[in-house]
Design a protein around this ligand. Structure first.
Ligand SMILES: Cc1cc2nc3c(=O)[nH]c(=O)nc-3n(C[C@H](O)[C@H](O)[C@H](O)COP(=O)(O)OP(=O)(O)OC[C@H]3O[C@@H](n4cnc5c(N)ncnc54)[C@H](O)[C@@H]3O)c2cc1C
Length: 322
């Protein structure tokens, strides 16, 4: 059933889309300022009613942190800002409305805005590589981190009773694609979890556990520069992580990761940390996009669209001094 609802137009409506770092920071600022005014409503719309501390997702995957340690309820963080937990479907700039839908009820809502902050972040981009979207696990949501942790433990359980050595090695091989922050942190997490858990699985031979990081560049962590990337590589190798550099995943089929250098790695687990792309919602807007991100000026406002700003991973700052 689909209901239509209208917001009240008697107050100035400020709407923030996305409850990640960028959207929450904007909301926290407005919570202390504009939202105190009787003539202003500030609303934050996000899929989840919590904000996620993504840089610590790997620690959830490793079992070092629990879910509540990385999820912060939006309603606890924000006192005056209204929270709407829903999916943004479209943005209509002509009528200055955002269409939102609620997954469980099917309810849709047109939310009017006078001022709009776009903070929709990015989504996992599987780059159309055969089998990857279907069979690999992303590492962007808390659900994925929990699935990874339980998956590693479940595979150790199965491997401990699997008599066939080839099948056992496949179960005990964990491949992570992508040598940026997310991939490097995740491969470290899986490695620690799998190897440290082995003491509970006396029948599993530690030499059969294989953890592989595949990275297309010459050095991992390109964001940090070569010296730190080389340092991280050395640390990972000392902890028995194999690193394949200058290599891409080209397919994941029949339980094997196919690499651009010709190697096929039989592996029950492939974690895809090989790319993200900005929210697809933006493609349907008239904003100028750069690699899918909204081009903004030095104040983060979208040129030609007064009262609309873009922040965080969905924004492209081409000239910070302009
Ligand atoms: C595992 C991992 C580790 C990382 N480690 C680091 C690190 O160490 N250092 C670093 O600088 N960066 C790191 N990053 C990157 C960092 O997390 C991002 O740069 C940051 O989260 C961007 O913040 P954002 O608010 O722009 O977007 P996001 O955090 O992606 O937030 C976007 C928000 O919008 C919501 N949303 C999206 N689409 C919709 C929709 N259609 N409807 C409703 N809501 C929607 C999402 O649910 C989310 O709440 C890491 C990322 C990952 C995944």
């Amino acid at each position: 059933m689909v209901h239509e609802m209208k917001g009240t137009a008697d107050k100035t409506q400020v709407v923030i889309l996305g409850g990640g770092f960028a959207g929450v920071e904007a909301a926290r600022y407005l919570d202390r300022t504009a939202a105190k005014r009787a003539d202003v409503d500030v609303t934050l719309v996000s899929r989840d009613n919590f904000t996620l501390f993504t840089p610590m997702l790997d620690e959830v995957a490793a079992g070092d942190l629990e879910v509540p340690h990385v999820c912060n309820p939006l309603r606890k963080l924000l006192r005056r800002v209204t929270i709407l937990s829903g999916d943004v479907k479209s943005i209509d700039l002509a009528s200055r409305q955002v269409k939102i839908s609620y997954a469980i009820s099917g309810l849709t809502r047109e939310l009017p805005f006078d001022y709009l902050v776009l903070a929709l972040g990015s989504e996992t981009n599987y780059l159309g590589i055969p089998g990857v979207a279907e069979h690999a696990l992303g590492i962007k949501t808390v659900g994925e981190a929990v699935m990874l942790r339980s998956g590693v433990i479940a595979l150790l359980e199965v491997a401990s009773v699997e008599p066939d050595p080839n099948r056992r090695r496949r179960l005990l091989t964990f491949v992570v694609a992508g040598g940026g922050f997310a991939g490097v942190e995740t491969v470290g997490a899986i490695n620690d979890l799998a190897r440290e858990s082995l003491r509970h699985y006396g029948k599993v031979d530690p030499r059969e556990v294989r953890v592989v990081l595949i990275h297309p560049g010459a050095v991992i962590l390109p964001e940090l520069g070569e010296a730190l990337g080389l340092y991280a590589q050395e640390k990972l190798r000392k902890r028995q992580v194999e690193i394949k550099l200058g290599t891409k995943v080209i397919a994941y089929a029949d339980g094997a990761v196919q690499c651009s250098d010709g190697e096929k790695i039989p592996a029950s687990t492939l974690v895809w940390a090989g790319g993200v792309s900005p929210s697809p919602i933006l493609k349907a807007t008239p904003f100028e996009l750069l690699k899918g991100r909204v081009v903004v000026d030095s104040t983060l406002e979208v040129p030609r669209f007064p009262g609309v700003w873009a922040v965080g991973d969905c924004a492209a700052i081409t000239d910070p001094t302009s």
